[in-house]
Design a protein around this ligand. Structure first.
Ligand SMILES: [Zn+2]
Length: 239
């Protein structure tokens, strides 16, 4: 009675499932035979997690900001090493038009943070802003994409309106600023809309190396929110 054979129905079903649940690894993009996972077993085995959620003392990431800015908490999901798949994730996210990978790991970060008391009262996710020209070329801000993942699994609100980057040439026209910090500071400014009632801001970026960008963001937010707690979370910390 059926108009289509079961084998063609199965093929149709498989094609549909493939559209709904693409079986290409989010990192290496190779096709693999496991619909429930987004990352293939090879890439999964190469990921180096920090396991910071299991630390009771200070992590290297905490120590990176000692004497620079006061932070409530710091978190990184992965360790970044040359040639490991974390490098590939960051590369996919930045240069390969692959926001899905950022969303995926953002969700993982959100899940980890939910289990940590330090982050339990976070009420705003603040992505490190990208220069608007760069965002236009890339099509998205990778820090914002990670925030969207965190928001999805944690329920915390994304607030991309709190920090805005201004152009470097614009900042250079301002007189007499010479120190590195002042130059960095001039690349960012707080957008005019003042927000009240926020208690704990989580500043989010894709990777931390020297920490100077995050430091700048935290200092500027501190001026605008003198009484709020500020924490940072990144997808990867460089070794
Ligand atoms: Zn893979």
């Amino acid at each position: 009675m059926s108009l289509i054979s079961s084998s063609s129905f199965n093929k149709w079903k498989r094609d549909l499932l493939h559209v709904l649940y693409p079986q290409n690894c989010l990192i290496c993009r190779h096709e693999f035979n496991q619909t429930k996972l987004a990352i293939c077993p090879v890439c999964l085995s190469e990921l180096v997690y920090t396991h910071f959620e299991d630390y009771t003392g200070e992590t290297n990431l905490d120590k990176l900001f000692w004497g620079r800015v006061q932070l409530e908490g710091t978190y990184a999901l992965l360790r970044f090493k040359q040639e490991n798949s974390t490098q590939q994730i960051l590369h996919e996210l930045k240069y390969k038009d692959n926001p899905q990978v950022g969303k995926h790991f953002g969700k993982e970060i959100g899940t980890k943070l939910k289990g940590l008391a330090k982050f339990s009262d976070v009420d705003a996710l603040v992505p490190v802003p990208l220069h608007p020209k760069k965002e236009f070329v890339r099509g998205y801000n990778q820090a914002e994409i990670i925030c969207k993942g965190i928001a999805e699994s944690s329920g915390v609100m994304l607030r991309k309106d709190l920090l805005k980057r201004i152009s470097f040439t614009e900042s250079q026209t301002k007189k007499g600023k010479s120190s590195r910090w002042e130059n960095m500071q001039n690349r960012f400014r707080i957008q005019g809309t003042k927000s009240t009632g926020l208690k704990h801001l989580l500043v989010v970026d894709d990777v931390v190396t020297t920490g100077s960008t995050l430091e700048t963001c935290v200092r500027i937010l501190r001026e605008e929110f003198p009484d709020a707690k500020i924490s940072i979370a990144v997808l990867a910390v460089a070794e």
